[in-house]
Design a protein around this ligand. Structure first.
Ligand code: ZN
Ligand code: ZN
Ligand code: ZN
Length: 136
């Protein structure tokens, strides 16, 4: 076996010939062999990327453990920071609150039922009025 007769391998990133080829990881989406230096660089880059991400709403770089998974109803892909999460949560609740009785979407103005009505959640004006008329 003659080792010196093997075809030299060209690194797919720096395009230098290398005798020690490294196989890139699948998630790097690089095809072909890499030299040692480029392999190590890729490792570092991806490690850092996996630790920090941009909030998909405000674009702030954050450490992943500090980031929040958006609620599925928001139809947001990716992670978001805490302030954006809170803001979104509030907005969403404001937008998507329904009258407990008729199911109508409530706007900013909604009515809290009286305790003796034994109604959970909030009511629209009409339902509040009719409850009031019936139960006082
Ligand atoms: Zn290289
Ligand atoms: Zn944010
Ligand atoms: Zn209603």
């Amino acid at each position: 076996m003659n080792l010196f007769n093997r075809k030299p391998v060209v690194c797919n990133i720096c395009k230098r010939e290398t005798s020690h080829k490294h196989k890139p990881k699948i998630e790097w989406q690089i095809h072909g062999p890499l030299c040692g230096d480029c392999y190590v660089n890729q490792m570092k880059t991806f490690y850092e990327l996996s630790l920090r991400q941009k909030c998909v709403i405000c674009g702030t770089d954050k450490d992943v453990p500090e980031m929040w998974e958006p609620r599925y109803q928001w139809e947001i892909k990716g992670l978001i920071c805490k302030p954006c999460f809170d803001k979104k949560d509030k907005e969403f609740h404001k937008l998507k609150t329904f009258c407990s009785i008729c199911g109508k979407t409530l706007g900013i103005i909604r009515y809290n039922p009286k305790r003796k009505w034994i109604v959970r959640g909030q009511l629209c004006r009409e339902c509040w009025d009719s409850q009031k008329a019936r139960f006082g």
